[in-house]
Design a protein. Structure first.
Length: 255
């Protein structure tokens, strides 16, 4: 299994990072991808990835919740870092209007700039999207010529949204602990209907912990719970979910 989105360098794991990685390996997770947030957290994330280059692979990007009036300065740091080392994706980037739309214009500009960066680097993107599907699709359509490929982290859209994404580019959806929640009817429908090779696994640890640990800190070792739920929804063996989603992650992120 590959956890395509986990924040092991988050303060929630402070002092326990090595144990968290070991538990994930023991659970069958072969690799974990680390999304970037902004310059305040990037150093710790990269330092951890450098200690475990065979297991942890970093991304680079500016999280939409970190976009403000001075986003260009943060983006300059992203570009500088991208020129200095290799990354598996530009992410996590996107749009997030959940707390309001004060910086909506800046978020769209930052997203566009990072889509262009991904195209120049020939990297996939890892997208964080919340309460902004319409604007996100508009930005994607405006940049269709870039041939963007990527993953919709913690996908929460409808099956119809998934189909629209495929018309615009080459997209996977990230499925994590939310699929185990009782109120996840829409996601469950999507997981049943999309081609399995369009799904990649994730935890978003320390957030979105799957049942039966919901309410506690999440970690990559819980990824088998997501696999079992996907297998149950699709009526197939967990081993098949593991095999296909792992192959999809390897192909998308070139790992």
């Amino acid at each position: 299994m590959i956890d395509t989105h986990t924040h092991i360098s988050d303060p929630a794991f402070a002092g326990e990072e090595e144990d968290v990685i070991q538990r994930a390996r023991q659970a069958g997770v072969e690799m974990m991808l680390l999304p970037d947030v902004d310059s305040t957290e990037r150093g710790a994330m990269l330092a951890l990835a450098d200690r475990h280059p065979d297991v942890l692979r970093p991304m680079v990007g500016l999280y939409p919740g970190s976009v403000g009036a001075d986003w260009e300065a943060e983006f300059d740091l992203v570009e500088r870092q991208a020129a200095e080392r290799s990354f598996v994706a530009v992410g996590e980037i996107g749009l997030d209007y959940h707390e309001g739309k004060e910086f909506a214009a800046q978020q769209k500009d930052a997203l566009a700039a990072q889509l262009e960066l991904a195209a120049r680097l020939d990297l996939p993107v890892n997208i964080h999207l919340r309460d902004a599907m319409g604007d996100f699709l508009d930005v994607l359509r405006a940049h269709r010529h870039l041939g963007i490929r990527g993953n919709m982290h913690a996908f929460s859209g409808s099956y119809e949204s998934f189909l629209e994404l495929q018309r615009i580019g080459d997209w996977r959806i990230g499925v994590g602990g939310v699929v185990t929640f009782k109120n996840a009817a829409t996601l469950s429908d999507v997981v049943r209907r999309v081609p399995l090779e369009r799904i990649v696994l994730e935890t978003d640890a320390p957030y979105l912990t799957p049942v039966p640990y919901r309410g506690k800190r999440n970690e990559s070792a819980y990824l088998p719970l997501v696999v079992r739920k996907i297998a149950e929804l699709r009526g197939i063996a967990p081993e098949e979910v593991d095999r296909v989603t792992t192959a999809s992650a390897h192909a998308l992120f070139n790992i």
